[in-house]
Design a protein around this ligand. Structure first.
Ligand code: ADP
Length: 266
């Protein structure tokens, strides 16, 4: 494969440079007190791939995302970004390690977590200006271009309470994109929305996938995972019980636990 072409488009996802995995996770293990919630989780994500994490509530999916984003500290395991840090959690993890992890991935939460007293534009520019030192005018220009792409230009001066739930969640997505991460992490991005608003957010996610963003998505929307994901990881009790392409995992799972879960939800 030829090396990545330089791109003028600061809004596009990072171009694929080679076939090596963007993210490699090995042996991720995390306990809360005596409760082991992740027990040796291994997986890889290639550039441009969409990986869906599915499984029962409490199986450890969110803890995986939070560990990748430096919000949890596992007691063992290695997280390695091809374009960023390699962090071995069995050794001492520094603040710099955590910052480096956070720098490579951006998380979109179940509840969008927008600042209520800041406008849409201020919410989107906050991270680039304060975490990355991007000049204010440049951060604003980039934010406006991203808002235009998701059809929210006219909302730039609105406050979060003036937006619908779906619009708020789309601003949350734009805020993640503005950080120019190499990996987008979505933690059940539609589960806090009324059912009539779910479609617009899923559509926004589908568009990001089509543009080539690398995405890890925790979701209960199995029909969506089936449509968008390149690979599905089925979690139960802190381990990946089964993984595969959606067409295989959803239609002919090899594990009884997967079959029961999929049958109930699809
Ligand atoms: P999922 O995303 O699959 O629903 P989580 O990763 O959120 O699962 O949680 C896995 C398990 O870890 C659950 O049993 C949950 O109660 C527990 N857990 C998560 N965060 C904490 C915490 N901060 N303190 C104690 N237990 C936690």
């Amino acid at each position: 494969m030829s090396p990545a072409e330089p791109t003028d488009d600061a809004l596009a996802p990072p171009a694929p440079a080679d076939d090596a995995p963007l993210l490699t996770v090995t042996g991720l293990t995390k306990s809360f007190g005596a409760h082991r919630v992740l027990d040796g989780v291994d997986f890889e994500v290639r550039r441009g791939e969409v990986v869906a994490l599915i499984g029962p509530s409490g199986s450890g999916k969110t803890t995986v995302l939070r560990s990748l984003n430096g919000l949890e500290t596992p007691e063992a395991g290695v997280v390695s970004f091809a374009d960023g840090p390699t962090v071995d959690f069995s050794a001492a993890v520094s603040k710099a390690d955590r910052t480096a992890l956070r720098d490579r991935s951006a998380m979109v939460f179940q509840h969008h977590n927008l600042f209520p007293h800041r406008t849409v534009l201020q919410n989107v520019t906050e991270g680039p200006i304060h975490a990355h030192g991007v000049p204010k005018a440049e951060a604003a220009a980039r934010a406006e271009a991203l808002l235009a792409r998701v059809g929210l230009s006219e909302k730039r001066d609105a406050y979060p309470f003036q937006l619908s739930g779906g619009q708020q969640q789309r601003v949350g997505i734009v805020r993640a994109l503005a950080l120019q991460p190499s990996l987008l992490l979505f933690d059940e991005p539609t589960s806090a929305l009324d059912s009539e608003l779910v479609g617009e957010v899923l559509l926004a996610l589908k568009e990001l996938a089509d543009e080539g963003w690398t995405m890890l998505i925790v979701t209960h929307e199995l029909a969506f995972a089936r449509q968008v994901a390149d690979e599905v990881l089925f979690f139960d009790d802190g381990v990946i019980v089964e993984r595969g392409a959606p067409k295989d995992l959803f239609t002919r799972p090899t594990q009884e636990r997967t079959r029961r879960f999929v049958d109930r939800l699809l």
